[in-house]
Structure formats: C-alpha cells, structure tokens
Write a protein that binds this ligand. Structure first.
Ligand code: SF4
Ligand code: SF4
Length: 88
C-alpha cells in the first residue's frame, strides 16, 4: 500500500502469520536518502519517485502485500532522521 501526497505517513500492515508488524514512515520529514530501503533485508521499502514531499524529496514508502516484513526494525534504526517506527 502506498500513501498519497499530503498524508503525514505511510503504513503497512502485515497480515500473514500470527505476528503483525505495522511500519509507519513520516513522509513529510523523509529526505529520500534511500538508506532504509538499502538495509531492509526483505526489500519492503521503496522511494515514491512520482511524489515530492514538503522538503522537496521523493519520500520512502512501505509496501508489504505478501507479508514478508519480519518487524526487525533495521529500517527504523538506520534512518538518520527517525522517520520510521515499527510496531509489533
Ligand atoms: S522492519 Fe525489517 S523487514 Fe520490515 S520494513 Fe523494516 S527493515 Fe524491512
Ligand atoms: S532512511 Fe529515513 S530519511 Fe532516508 S529514505 Fe528512509 S525514511 Fe527517508
């Protein structure tokens, strides 16, 4: 699921399996550096090249339609701007 321009954050809900992980990305503070998507072991994060946020960057978004996110929090730990939160 990708967010639309103007929304504060993007989020995905993992529905496969017993555990559910919810990842939110504050797209209006995201600088589009790509660090989170580089380090995500499941490649669940992309840059929304068709969007520009209030800072002038293409923001990151989380998409996990197949339930591959393990809720490992690597993305949140690597983001230099603290834009990502992971809830399990
Ligand atoms: S919690 Fe882990 S698997 Fe899920 S999006 Fe972040 S880095 Fe990827
Ligand atoms: S690491 Fe943070 S600032 Fe960089 S693209 Fe990901 S969410 Fe945006």
């Amino acid at each position: 699921m990708f967010g639309r321009a103007g929304r504060l954050s993007t989020a995905g809900i993992r529905t496969a399996g017993a555990n559910v992980a919810i990842i939110t990305i504050d797209k209006n503070r995201c600088k589009g550096c790509g660090i989170c998507l580089t380090f995500c072991p499941q490649k669940m994060i992309v840059l929304l090249e068709g969007e520009i946020n209030s800072l002038g960057y293409a923001p990151a978004a989380f998409s996990d339609e197949e339930g591959k996110c393990k809720g490992c929090k690597i993305c949140a730990e690597m983001c230099p701007d603290g834009c990502i939160e992971v809830y399990k």
